[in-house]
Design a binder for this molecule. Structure first.
Ligand SMILES: [Zn+2]
Length: 203
């Protein structure tokens, strides 16, 4: 009786194993047919110990190095940080932001490498130096040590103050000059949160 029970258990174990393998093979074929970064990344997430893992990873690296991330929006905040919203890059575990004051010249590292878990819902907060009129950003994604190509550029700029009458962030009427940020601001943008977390009203 005991051995029958063992046999049945063994039989079902094998069955589950073979059904599992059949699913894995089917999903592997599907991933290859789709041939996308997303399909291979999903496959590797799902089958951690798959015999196809190395092949999938090779494809991920190849596709990743050709992938162009997309910045959907760059917004200037009251504290002069910038929120970069971008489309999620499948398989990316890190991101890096570069900047330039001339969109056609070479870009320099701004953010350093940022781990994916520090990125909130595909939004990066960066702290550029807004000395000149317009600052341009490009983003790249990284998986292991493989880098994507650069995204197209996105940009922000401070508005002209018009002799101190205009908020340089939004363009509304200015209530005065903030010496901490060296800009003219409206009644909404005179309040801001510093990088350290302190909330300040200026002027
Ligand atoms: Zn304003």
């Amino acid at each position: 009786m005991k051995s029958t029970k063992h046999l049945i258990t063994l039989f079902f174990s094998f069955l589950i194993f073979f059904v599992g393998c059949a699913n894995e093979e089917k999903d592997w074929q599907k991933a290859k047919e789709q041939g996308s970064l997303e399909s291979y990344a999903n496959f590797n997430n799902r089958y951690i110990n798959s015999i196809h893992k190395d092949s999938a990873t090779r494809e991920i690296y190849r596709l990743f190095s050709q992938y162009t991330p997309e910045i959907s929006k760059a917004t200037l905040n009251s504290n002069l940080s910038v929120k970069l919203s971008f489309k999620n890059v499948p398989g990316a575990d890190k991101y890096q932001v570069f900047y330039s004051y001339d969109k056609d010249k070479s870009y320099s590292d701004l953010s350093g490498v940022i781990e994916k878990d520090k990125v909130n819902n595909s939004v990066l907060e960066i702290w550029p130096d807004l000395k000149k009129d317009t600052i341009y950003f490009k983003l790249l994604a990284i998986t292991d040590s493989v880098k994507s190509t650069f995204s197209d550029y996105s940009y922000v700029y401070l508005l002209q103050s018009n002799n101190g009458t205009t908020c340089q962030i939004c363009g509304n009427n200015s209530v005065g000059h903030c010496h901490l940020r060296n800009i003219y601001v409206c009644s909404q943008h005179n309040v801001f949160t510093q990088k350290s977390g302190s909330r300040i009203r200026c002027p």
